[in-house]
Design a binder for this molecule. Structure first.
Ligand code: BGC
Length: 425
């Protein structure tokens, strides 16, 4: 075969380049419809999960502009979202949850999804309570991604074994197991000292000491008697005792770093929602073997739910078309399965086959259904499902200040709880 001359090969290269430029221009214009999605899924497990949606959008020819704002619990993401919205330039979709969807709806900034919802039969697909949260003024403005359970305890079985303890099922057992774990040379409870993580642990303790009726009165109905009463003092006191099980370097630590301490085996346990399972999964670990999950001690009959959802901002033309494709994809089985396997949560639609899911996810689904029937299903205050953002912020301040204070009495913190709920209302 004759060698191509410089001239012919140059020509070929030029031609190939020209073709590929034309192709990519054509591709670019075919890809013009793009969604920009704000979220705070930035840990290893979370990023794997978010990528599922990006890839599904791209497979349908849409562009994905990632607007990830790091910070567990999403406080920073919400601050950034507010400033983008105030400058008149919100993204097409944003991770917004619970009552906050209504707040954005009231500002008139959200776009409706009724056409997609009708075509895809969302009314029949979604449990009534979930659908309710996704609507503003009767119209769908958001789409649910998953159901997370917040009241979980995670543990490293090797650490428990080294300490000669079982997975604790009551708060007394938790304190006893913690002491044994410390004596065996490990950190008993991995924690990150950030307000939302403190609140995440606090609401599980309050649920254990006071039960679901008290949880509902205090953290959902904001009843001043419950907020300022004896049961609150007991919850706060027990919560503060948990500091004994935590290490001195916890201040400011991210939640996924705390999870990695359990994974590596420097710590025994962590109280955290099941996004922590996303980290165990990303590390290639198997539930029930390499790590253990159980309801947070004393909360077996309760389920604090946290539903992630994507709310849609008012956009026009092609961007709206891409946004509608995003909304449709989110509730399709392919996304629901792949995303939730990576994220640690369970699907938002109850009709899916769960055979690919692990034992923790199946327990989550069973407990979700059981507690829904028996009255133990409650919205997570710490994860924006129970009260509006201003009240939540004021409660966070009290919880975290009390947890970190050397001398604030639990009675004083309970008084501040009452003021927090009233001042913010
Ligand atoms: C969100 C989860 C997220 C977690 C940690 C929660 O509020 O619902 O999706 O993984 O915060 O960032």
């Amino acid at each position: 075969m004759p060698m191509p001359t410089f001239k012919t090969s140059f020509k070929k290269t030029a031609l190939a380049l020209a073709t590929s430029v034309t192709a990519s221009l054509a591709f670019a214009s075919a890809q013009a419809a793009e969604v920009e999605v704000l979220h705070w899924w930035t840990s290893g497990g979370e990023a794997r999960a978010a990528n599922v949606l990006k890839e599904l959008m791209e497979a349908e020819g849409y562009g994905w502009e990632d607007f990830a704002v790091a910070g567990g619990g999403g406080e920073t993401a919400m601050t950034v979202l507010k400033s983008r919205a105030m400058s008149g330039n919100p993204p097409s979709a944003a991770q917004i949850k619970g009552p906050e969807i209504q707040e954005w709806g009231e500002l008139g900034l959200l776009g409706e999804l009724d056409e997609v919802a009708a075509a895809e039969g969302w009314d029949e697909l979604l449990p009534g309570t979930v659908a309710e949260v996704m609507r503003h003024d009767g119209q769908y403005v958001a789409v649910p991604v998953n159901v997370h359970r917040v009241n979980w305890l995670w543990a490293n079985p090797e650490v428990l074994e080294a300490a000669g303890v079982e997975m604790p099922t009551t708060l007394d057992e938790l304190f006893a197991a913690g002491e044994a774990i410390r004596e065996a040379g490990f950190i008993p409870l991995a924690h990150g000292g950030q307000a939302w993580q403190d609140a995440t642990v606090f609401e599980s303790v309050l649920l254990a000491t006071g039960g679901t009726a008290f949880y509902q009165q205090a953290l959902v109905d904001l009843d001043p008697e419950a907020l300022g009463g004896e049961q609150m003092v007991e919850a706060l006191t027990t919560f503060k005792r948990l500091r004994e099980l935590m290490d001195d370097d916890m201040s400011g630590r991210d939640w996924n770093i705390a999870t990695s301490m359990v994974i590596e085996g420097s710590a025994g346990m962590q109280l955290m929602g099941d996004w922590a399972k996303g980290e165990f999964t990303a590390a290639g670990l198997t539930a029930g073997e390499d790590y253990l999950c159980a309801a947070a001690p004393g909360t077996q009959d309760a389920f604090t739910f946290n539903i992630d959802s994507l709310a849609m901002f008012r956009v026009e033309g092609e961007e709206r078309e891409a946004q509608h494709a995003l909304a449709r994809l989110v509730l399709e089985p392919t996304f629901q399965e792949a995303f939730n396997l990576a994220k640690g949560s369970i699907p938002a639609r109850p009709d899916l086959d769960m055979s690919e899911f692990d034992s923790c996810a199946r327990q989550s689904l069973d407990d979700f259904q059981r507690t829904a029937e028996e009255g133990g299903l409650v919205p997570s205050m710490a994860h924006g499902m129970a009260v509006r953002a201003d009240v939540q912020g004021a409660i966070f301040d009290v919880v975290t200040n009390y947890f970190n204070s050397r001398d604030m009495a639990a009675e004083e913190a309970a008084r501040r709880m009452v003021n927090a709920a009233q001042a913010a209302l």
